[in-house]
Design a protein around this ligand. Structure first.
Ligand SMILES: CC(=O)SCCNC(=O)CCNC(=O)[C@H](O)C(C)(C)COP(=O)(O)OP(=O)(O)OC[C@H]1O[C@@H](n2cnc3c(N)ncnc32)[C@H](O)[C@@H]1OP(=O)(O)O
Length: 203
């Protein structure tokens, strides 16, 4: 039986805990300096302790992509994936480690997903999409076939990206956007069709 620890104790961590418990995994601790006590039978232990159950596998359940990357740099445990039992994934799709593939996600053939990504509730990633590390795709978003998404990008809830478009690294796509053109690194794009309204440095 795999023992799991969670880095993070906020709202997203609760959803990930729900996912891991649905998988039947033994979650032994949540680490987050802002939380203590007990969450659904799991102790919240405050500051991360790299010596706690060193053979346990970790997940960094923090929704912010930049923070998730920084916490990964100090996490000493190996990683697992959270994949809810309701996920439909082609056997020809693949992903790395530390990913949170949540309730109702669908991943089509030959889609490739990196590490430490969040595919939130009901996301659809169609065939041949390539998603780099530390991406967060919010609930209900649809990536059509052959879309690529660069490291650290956040795609808001209910967005649609039409086939073949390339979204750069550390970009932000607004909720409900329809992405019809490529989006550069660090751009914030909103609306239908999505237009770049500004650039940020969110990494
Ligand atoms: C389980 C979960 O909940 S996971 C989390 C899911 N969360 C989301 O999906 C949130 C997505 N976030 C957004 O859509 C945000 O509005 C962002 C990130 C795109 C922009 O946020 P900010 O940088 O704070 O931009 P701000 O609110 O100042 O808006 C800037 C302009 O863009 C417009 N705008 C902002 N978001 C959108 C949007 N989604 N669609 C269309 N227009 C938008 C604003 O109306 C504003 O226009 P104005 O200048 O004419 O007044």
């Amino acid at each position: 039986m795999t023992n799991v620890i969670i880095q993070g104790g906020g709202e997203h961590a609760r959803v990930v805990l729900d996912c891991l418990q649905a998988q039947g995994l033994q979650v032994k601790a949540l680490f987050d300096p802002n939380y203590s006590g007990d969450l659904w039978g799991v102790p919240q232990r405050g500051v991360y302790d790299p010596s706690f159950m060193p053979d346990a596998r970790a997940l960094i359940a923090i929704g912010n992509n930049g923070v998730r990357k920084r916490v990964a740099a100090i996490t000493r445990h190996g990683y697992t994936n959270a994949v809810h039992p309701s996920v439909i994934a082609s056997p020809r799709a693949s992903w790395g480690e530390g990913n949170m593939i949540l309730h109702g996600v669908i991943i089509q053939a030959q889609a490739r997903i990196g590490n430490h990504c969040i595919l939130n509730t009901g996301v659809r990633v169609d065939h041949d999409c390539i998603i780099d590390d530390y991406v967060h795709i919010a609930p209900g978003t649809v990536l059509c076939g052959t879309v690529t998404v660069g490291e650290g990008t956040f795609i808001g809830a209910g967005a649609v990206v039409i086939p073949g478009r390339k979204i750069g690294a550390w970009a932000t796509i607004g909720a409900g956007a329809v992405v019809t053109r490529d989006v550069p690194d660090y751009a914030v794009a909103v609306g239908n069709p999505a237009r770049v309204i500004k650039y940020t440095n969110v990494a």
